[in-house]
Design a protein around this ligand. Structure first.
Ligand code: B3K
Ligand code: ZN
Length: 876
């Protein structure tokens, strides 16, 4: 296989060694220029007496894609014989216990399409250093356990770049003619290089402030592209809400006098928590009712929160090495989840979290990239910003939270900060703080295995009722199958939350809510004084990230669905029932879908007391990916057609109830309120389902589209039109509305992303030809990750019919795009390859086609480490 760097090598957690030198301070001078930005770094080093390095006298600096101009040690310019320079390192042996190194180099931001290091987004200079991007700016020990204070001087033309920003506080500004300005920033908090940031551009700014509970006045500044100020207020309010929430729930306050957020158009992920200067994908900041949906608003709130919460869980206490990434990410995802849950619907937020686990994380753990939340070996670190590290990581924190309780958990957090503020630590340190703060109460020694073991445990259940003894018992067994990275699995500590109900749906009083702590391969739990065989609701609140192997009877499901008090559990039972029905149809083509399900669901939908946002979720069917995860190997067409048949069945059977919803929820003048969000959600869910009926009322859809005063309803109408066009006689409705939408929004790239995605997921006979056409649209460019994800990502992830077409054309299309992207942006390419490497449960002929494509990609000249790692593992 040809690669950028011959034979990329894995790094191992077990090989961790502390650095040979520590850094006292860093002073950077950056002279901005599109193609020749000059970077001068002045760094004071001291020998690390406690180093475990095998070469304790050698200073190893990371550096890539720079033109090195000069190195001097304590004022003496070094000759090239005095250091060793390779494509990735600069090494020297200073022979001193402390010294100053000055390095001058040149970089080319305008040609940096990887969007890592210093690059230009539109006309704006910006940086992305996590995980290992700082090495593209200057030669440095680019590792999270080297912490230093930073002073940054930015030199540039103030007419082009009126704002020149970096971390910390602005301490000086100096201009020497009309063309040059030098701005100096100082960050008093020692930080690793991955938290460094620089932004320079001509932007609009929204200013506000926040007073912390101890009285610190913090200036808040939100920078956006010129003309976008009207889309900035919601992100600003989200920031203020985050600051207040972290004080109230975690007792944590902000620690600088200024907090800045900059929205940029070209960004590889959602956002980045650089100290005092967050850089955000504009998609995760900008919103107004005309252009953003309710879900966009909620996403913005949660990401603004996430980056803010990193200030403590990530920045004040950071990771010792990148294997510990979940230390900050799992914990911070847990915190942003709790933030959204405290502010909004707990049940519906939990549902969204669980959907991510089931449709993405389970698949990752079952595929070639399976890894524990703390991985043990890595070729390309950027490949490990995964649903496992983030979302399963958050599930592990959530289990700890439920084992310790809120009080015990907060005691653990306090101890963690007391011990480790200002340090770079490990996941073991975190668990030790949780354990030591709760010594008497719990023993986390077995629980810790979640950090080192990959794979999704499956839980099977055997129930036994002894009428004579009035004893009910549940035997739970756990099994984690071998994964690509680990052949042998051990039992885990799995908390299984259950509730017992009588056959009439009464809570079996003394057993309403139990957490069964499964710690062995198999365990039996007994309940005394049970008058009849109860119905059990399992894995309430998704109390552990496991797969439950249990076939409920239709009668049990009907009873539990009506009786459950937990909104989440109601959704879970409905989903389980849907999946059981779809699976039954796959096994037996003659299978008749359950009428008991219909009447049970009708009751849920028409319940006047019901939480409408929850009901909207209940009306959405499990994704194809979620159902696929339940099979060892299957022809995916069978899932798609059984799922379609079941959807049509529900749409037909519930027609009058769904129409009732539409009547009851006629849109009112737009407000962003919980009540209206719920009303829009259920209306659009109903409209979507109704569109599966051959007599679907297209007029309804068109009226909603024409009269909508907000993007949620516009997209609701378009989504329904997409289905309607494939179901019914009026086979032009979608095309008509999409044309109108395009005319209105062309040039507004964030909104056009929604249009691209709708095109990419619409069912049609000529999807691929259409995709090729869309790539030529004026709003599309392969250089921008948002566009690529909106078009190509949406096709590969959310159009299973076309992507998995039997002739392999979908696979071939994606492979072609990945080959193009490899040269432009390896990180984006490596994210997009996911559906091509998770093929184990597809049928043999599709697997052959996919492997052929993977082998073709592997032949790409200069294949990036990112793709190399994933393809090698997939083909192994
Ligand atoms: N910490 C960043 C992610 C960096 C990704 C690098 N490939 C955003 C976040 O999780 O908040
Ligand atoms: Zn994060």
């Amino acid at each position: 296989m040809k690669t950028e760097n011959a034979n990329p090598q894995a790094k191992y957690l077990k090989d961790y060694r502390s650095p040979a030198f520590l850094v006292k301070s860093v002073e950077l001078t950056i002279e901005l220029d599109d193609h020749k930005t000059k970077v001068i770094s002045v760094v004071d080093y001291v020998k690390n007496e406690a180093t475990t390095s095998l070469e304790p006298n050698v200073l190893v600096l990371d550096g890539e894609q720079q033109n090195l101009l000069q190195v001097s040690l304590n004022g003496q310019v070094l000759t090239p014989e005095q250091y060793q320079l390779s494509d990735t390192n600069l090494c020297l042996e200073p022979g001193l216990a402390s010294f100053q190194l000055i390095i001058e180099s040149e970089i080319d931001p305008a040609n940096n399409t990887s969007l890592e290091g210093l690059y230009k987004s539109g006309g704006v200079f910006c940086t992305q250093c996590e995980a290992e991007g700082f090495r593209k700016i200057t030669y440095y020990q680019d590792r999270p356990d080297v912490l230093a204070t930073f002073t940054t001087h930015i030199i540039g033309d103030p007419k082009q770049y009126p704002f020149m920003l970096s971390n910390g506080n602005k301490v000086n500004e100096q201009s020497w003619d009309n063309e040059t300005l030098k701005v100096t920033w100082q960050d008093p908090h020692p930080k690793p290089a991955y938290l460094f940031a620089l932004v320079a551009g001509d932007l609009d700014v929204l200013r506000d402030n926040y007073t912390t509970k101890s009285g610190r006045e913090v200036k808040l500044e939100l920078f956006v592209d010129k003309g976008n100020l009207h889309r900035a207020p919601f992100a600003m309010q989200s920031l203020q809400r985050s600051m207040l929430w972290d004080e109230e729930r975690f007792g944590l306050e902000y620690d600088l006098d200024i907090y800045m957020i900059v929205a940029v158009d070209f960004f590889n992920m959602g956002a980045m928590e650089n100290k005092g200067l967050n850089v955000f994908n504009s998609k995760c900041v900008l919103a107004d009712p005309n252009s953003a949906t309710d879900n966009d608003y909620l996403m913005i709130e949660s990401i603004v929160g996430h980056e803010y919460f990193h200030n403590w869980t990530g920045n004040r206490v950071t990771c010792r090495d990148w294997f510990q990434l979940s230390l900050k990410e799992g914990l911070t995802v847990f915190r942003d989840q709790e933030f959204s849950m405290d502010l909004g619907s707990r049940a519906v937020n939990r549902i969204q979290q669980v959907k991510v686990m089931r449709s993405h994380q389970f698949a990752e753990d079952a595929g070639p990239m399976s890894h524990p939340i703390r991985p043990e070996s890595v070729i390309e670190q950027n490949n490990f910003y995964t649903v496992t590290v983030y979302d399963k990581g958050a599930e592990v924190i959530r289990m700890m939270h439920s084992i310790l309780g809120e009080q015990g958990f907060q005691n653990g957090m306090r101890l963690y900060f007391e011990r480790h503020d200002g340090q770079a630590v490990t996941c073991d340190d975190f668990v030790a703080a949780m354990q030591d703060a709760n010594k008497e109460a719990v023993d986390l020694s077995l629980f810790k295995r979640w950090y080192s073991q990959s794979g999704t445990p499956s839980i099977s259940v055997v129930e036994k009722y002894d009428a004579q003894q009035k004893r009910f018992s549940i035997t739970l067994s756990q099994l984690t199958k071998p994964t690509a990275d680990q052949p042998n699995k051990l039992p885990l500590h799995i908390p299984v939350n259950i509730a017992l109900f009588s056959q009439q749906g009464q809570v079996v009083s003394h057993a309403e809510q139990h957490v069964l702590n499964l710690t062995q391969d198999s365990q039996t739990f007994e309940f005394e004084n049970i008058d009849e065989q109860p119905y059990v609701s399992y894995l309430r609140d998704f109390s552990a990230p496991v797969q439950l192997n249990y076939q409920y009877s239709d009668q049990a499901l009907a009873t539990l669905l009506a009786a459950e008090s937990s909104g989440f559990a109601k959704w879970e039972l409905a989903q389980t029932w849907f999946i059981q029905q779809i699976k039954a149809k796959i096994t037996d083509k003659e299978f008749a879908f359950s009428s008991l399900l219909v009447s049970s669901l009708a009751k849920v939908i028409t319940d006047q007391e019901a939480d409408l946002l929850l009901v909207a979720e209940i009306l959405k069917l499990p994704s194809v990916a979620t159902i696929l995860a339940d099979f060892e190997q299957i022809d995916i067409d069978e899932i798609i057609s059984a799922r379609d048949a079941f959807t049509q069945f529900l749409a037909a059977q519930l027609k009058s109830e769904l129409r009732g919803i539409i009547e009851r929820t006629a849109p009112k003048a737009y407000e962003f309120s919980a009540e209206q969000i719920a009303s829009r959600a259920i209306r659009n869910a109903a409209l979507m389902l109704l569109a599966y009926n051959t007599d679907c009322e297209v007029a309804q859809i068109e009226a909603q589209f024409a009269n909508a005063d907000n993007m949620t309803d516009v997209l609701g109408a378009l989504g329904a039109a997409s289905i309607a066009q494939s179901t019914i006689a009026d086979n032009t409705v979608f095309n008509r509305l999409m044309k109108e939408f395009e005319t209105k929004w062309t040039g507004d790239s964030l909104v056009m992303d929604k249009w691209l995605s709708l095109n990419a997921t619409h069912e049609s006979d000529c999807t691929l030809a259409h995709l090729a056409q869309l790539e030529k649209h004026q709003d599309f460019t392969m250089q921008n990750p948002n566009r690529v994800r909106a078009l190509i990502g949406a096709f590969a992830m959310n159009n299973p019919k076309a992507f998995h077409s039997k002739d392999g054309a979908g696979y071939q299309y994606l492979a072609n795009k990945l080959i193009e992207l490899n040269a432009i942006n390896p990180q984006v390419a490596a994210r997009l390859i996911t559906p091509l490497i998770q093929f184990k449960n597809l049928d043999d002929s599709r697997q052959v086609l996919i492997k052929g494509e993977l082998e073709r990609i592997a032949q790409t000249p200069d294949l990036s480490k990112d793709l190399y790692e994933k393809i090698t593992k997939a083909l192994a």
